[in-house]
Design a binder for this molecule. Structure first.
Ligand code: CDP
Ligand code: MG
Length: 423
């Protein structure tokens, strides 16, 4: 299905067109027409499958601009996700009359949020905690809300937001439309749906193999004390631009970050204990390509959408299989291909097997490249560049330099290679 086939405002169509998209993703194809007709939806699809548009387009299509009280509220598990969803909605609404969208999350001055809320907003995107805070202060009134979205509902429940979500839902009108999206579907999600949705349409874009087919996954046998060296070997050997490296704890994030930094890599880190400001700054640097390696914890990186991540590395195998899917879903966004590397210590081997089995994943074993192999590939890279240069460029002046030097050309070339490699 194409965006042109949807019965939506032309302004939204032109915005999607400017973003360079014409075709809907499977979850969008199944969810948007029903959502447009006002039906409740419970949608399950992998990370990166386009759930954000699936709820944002129906919301925008029914916003009534002259009414500046919140007409839609989107609940997200993390601040990063709030910002990301807000950005997407802003992009989708760029050609509409001024739609006011506000992200409300903890860690940001509440005064500023209150001032904006007082001026009037159409769409609120928030973390449950901060939304409750505003409700209790009387600075956010949800009485005019027509659409509620629970985005990444499984994550919100995992983070203990269950009571908050229920409280927020009870502050919205009963006749609202409720759209629930989740990467996984579990009993606790179904229970929420049962309690708070009205005859929802159940959509499942199933099987992780089908939705993440282009992520090539490998596991590298290692040992806890060799992991950092093995990681460096992988970084040296494989020619990727953007690396996202996951660790299981904040301390491990720090450890890996400090070690890579000391070895001269352009690296930064992000984890849940950092202030919001620092996290935003790091994300921007990564997005703009000013750093090439980001070391992250699960919470901090959840839902993050950086389109060009080439490879996701599990420096630690996640304890929770669903985290594995979330992590590797950070690469191969919107149909590009991507890689996932697992650095596996003996005590983690079983965890990876469990994950493999649960999602029926194809994870190939590979050896960490040796120092000799790394040397070989680096020399080869230089030689490839040299060959290209010889084929495509006029080298006459330089040839004259070599001939008139009367030195042995092979040795000169070897010396130049050494210079290149050691500079
Ligand atoms: O929420 P979910 O994890 O399912 O994915 P998302 O954050 O919505 O990311 C989907 C990515 O695909 C975004 O970068 C979109 O810009 C892009 N995309 C899309 O959502 N829909 C299309 N029809 C085409 C591309
Ligand atoms: Mg999402």
């Amino acid at each position: 299905m194409n965006f042109d086939d949807l019965k939506i405002n032309d302004d939204i169509k032109s915005a999607v067109d400017k973003m360079g998209f014409s075709k809907l993703t499977p979850i969008q194809t199944k969810a948007i027409p029903d959502a447009l007709s006002g039906r409740d939806i419970i949608g399950q699809a992998q990370t990166g499958s386009g759930k954000t548009f699936a709820f944002s387009i129906p919301i925008l299509n029914k916003i009534f601009i002259p009414d500046k009280s919140p007409q839609a509220i989107v609940l997200c598990p993390t601040r990063e996700l709030c910002i990301q969803v807000t950005e997407e909605i802003k992009k989708l609404s760029r050609d509409m009359d001024k739609v006011r969208i506000l992200a409300v999350y903890g860690g940001q001055a509440i005064g500023r949020q209150i001032r904006v809320l007082n001026k009037g907003v159409h769409i609120v995107v928030g973390t449950p905690g901060r939304v409750i805070d505003h409700i209790e202060r009387g600075t956010l009134d949800l009485i005019g809300v027509e659409t509620v979205v629970l985005d990444e509902a499984d994550e919100m429940l995992d983070m203990g937001f269950r009571d908050d979500i229920e409280l927020i839902l009870r502050h919205t009108p009963k006749q609202r439309q409720t759209l629930l999206f989740s990467a996984t579907m579990r009993d606790d999600i179904k229970k929420i749906a049962k309690l708070y949705q009205n005859n929802p349409k159940f959509i499942k874009i199933s099987d992780s193999r089908k939705t993440i087919p282009k992520i090539r996954q490998f596991s590298f046998k290692s040992d806890d004390r060799d992991k950092i060296d093995d990681l460096v070997k992988l970084i040296e050997y494989y020619d990727f631009n953007l690396w996202l490296i996951f660790c299981n704890t904040r301390r491990r994030v720090d450890f890996v970050y400090r070690n890579l930094k000391r070895r001269g890599y352009q690296v930064d880190s992000i984890h849940g204990d950092m202030t919001q400001k620092v996290r935003d700054k790091v994300m921007n640097k990564f997005r703009n390509g000013n750093i090439s390696i980001l070391v992250a914890s699960d919470i901090a990186a959840r839902g993050i959408d950086v389109s060009e991540i080439d490879v996701v590395v599990n420096y630690d195998i996640p304890q929770n299989p669903e985290d594995y899917i979330h992590r590797i879903g950070r690469t191969a966004r919107a149909g590009d291909s991507g890689y996932a590397f697992n650095i596996v210590a003996p005590y983690e081997a079983h965890d990876l097997v469990k994950i493999r089995k649960k999602y029926n994943l194809n994870v190939k074993n590979k050896k960490v490249p040796s120092l000799e192999e790394i040397e070989r590939i680096k020399n080869k890279k230089v030689m490839d560049d040299v060959r290209k240069l010889m084929e495509n460029e006029d080298l006459e002046d330089y040839v004259n330099v070599i001939t008139s030097s009367k030195m042995d050309a092979t040795e000169v070339a070897a010396a130049l290679l050494k210079m290149m490699r050691e500079k």
